[in-house]
Design a protein around this ligand. Structure first.
Ligand code: CMP
Length: 134
């Protein structure tokens, strides 16, 4: 079954000039990119996107960071897109991510961790709708 997920190339990876490398990897992993947009999120857009984390200690620094520079928003499609993209990204903390994963290759810290991916079908639908209207 073809599934959709939201992927974001975060500000640290955009600044590092690795958008192209990450997109190549996405294509090599068999995803179709069916929507893509470079955006500079406002603080309110970042806060709305990460609203599930509103009570966490990292909510304010995370949303400051996500609105600090351009991000690349993408809709990816593939069989098992959600799980596969999470596997290709690696663990949230780049230091704990497997060698060869995107976060291990390009991430810097748990906050500046290069990419985001939806974590379940319901969140993928909500997140895609947030940026792409589905
Ligand atoms: P992401 O997949 O975008 O989802 C939530 C983000 O919060 C996560 O990646 C991290 O970049 C960020 N974050 C910052 N601090 C923490 C933390 N202590 N634990 C988990 N996520 C964190």
């Amino acid at each position: 079954m073809i599934e959709k997920t939201l992927a974001i190339i975060k500000p640290d990876a955009v600044k590092k000039n690795v958008i192209g490398k990450i997109i190549s990897r996405i294509e090599d992993e068999g995803f179709k990119i069916t929507a893509m947009r470079l955006a500079k999120l406002t603080k309110d857009e970042a806060k709305g996107f990460y609203i599930v984390h509103k009570d966490k200690s990292f909510y304010i620094p995370l949303t400051d960071y996500m609105s600090s520079g351009p991000v690349m928003l993408m809709r990816l499609e593939r069989e098992n897109a959600i799980g596969h993209w999470r596997k290709v990204m690696g663990a949230t903390d780049p230091a704990k991510a497997e060698p060869g994963t995107i976060r291990r290759l390009y991430g810097f810290s748990i906050e500046s961790n290069a990419t985001h991916g939806s974590d379940a079908p319901e969140t993928a639908e909500w997140e895609l709708n947030y940026f792409f209207k589905g």
